[in-house]
Design a protein. Sequence first.
Length: 461
Amino acid sequence: MKFFSYKNKVVLLSVVPLLIAIVIVAFINIKKTQELGVAQSQIFEAEILQSKKDEMRNYMALAYTAIKDIYENPAKNIKDAKNQASYILKKMEFGDDGYFYVYDYNGINIAHPRKPELEGENLYNLQDENGKYLIQGLINKAKAGGGYTYYLWDKPSGGKSVAKIGYSIGLDKWEWMIGTGLYIDDIEKGLAKIESRVNKTTQETLLFTSIIMGASVLMIGLTGLLVNISEIKLANIKIKEITRKTTLFQENDRKRISRELHDGINQLLVSIRYKLEAALGKLNPENLKAAQLLQEADNTLSLTVNEVRKISKDLRPILLDDFGLLVAIKNLAKDLHERTSIKVSINIDGNPDKLSKTIETAIYRITQEAFTNTEKHAIDANLIELFLEFKENTLNIIINNNGIGFDSVKSLGKDNPLRGMGIQNMQDRVQLLDGQFSIYSNKKQGTKIAIKLPLDNKLLH
């Protein structure tokens, strides 16, 4: 250092620490961005795969319901029963590429609506492009009580073999395997998009860091520090934007699945209507069997409609998209009251008509989570008060319940392993929208949730 002039020493002592700091910050940003990308990919893959599994299981339940009375009727001719069940299953389709197929336990194809040329063929030793015995796998899962099988299969709408997950159940009395499946190539495309966004963000971060480092050599000191702070803020905005887009993608996928369930109910109703007409045709004052068949079909209709409606509403309430936020929230309150006798008082101040879809979805999910928490955890609660105050650039949300509260200071600490996921989900949604979240509770005065959201944030549109 003694060989450097005073000016050079000042420059060196200013630039070197600054460059080191910039490099460290850049490394942390890149590392965190990559970790976030991996975490988002894992969450995306797990959630979408689980939703597809649930979707297949629900469709299979509908299919079995459609042929249940035929299969379980001991008085029916087995050959006629099989033909009738096969006909119904071939007519039941869902989505663009969804259908049901039937094999017997020896691997002979009984019904295949998309490839009728396979019917009658023994495909027990059929292998996919990876050499997997897919029919054997489906049959084995069916014999074991039902399960999932991964394989490659030709996509009707695409014309090439892609990844597919199948779900199969067994009709042991007939030695039948009934299967269905959903293509999961869209998961791979979604993961590729997330990876592409993460790589792009990493490249942008490297580019901006290089620019900052070059500028810092010339400007040094405070200027370099300010640029570094600016980059950190920019990186945080990008991370928040990626999270927002991921949340939006999940909501859109829930909306799609909800719509498919809602629209696909017509297939089930037609099938059950067929049973009702068959029972009505047989009904006479002395025909108790026809009367029993009519009652069973009616019960099946009621249970199926309610179950599909519940699944569809949990995934994404159609009321929210078709009639708006207030109707959807009132329906939430109505369902809660019918289910638990907890009354909900809804108070609106201001005009909620100009809200974006993003903020509407956030308010609905927060309200839904608060209602669920009250139902599960608020002992002796019989009243929830919801206040929505719409100002020019701000939305205030207050949710009170009169149940027995808790020690909010101890229970809501970040290190408390008993901290509820419901409250964490609400906090995460509010934080994503740059809002403020607070909760107050004690055993005498119940629980109060207070939320303040900005309505002029560009991330909300």
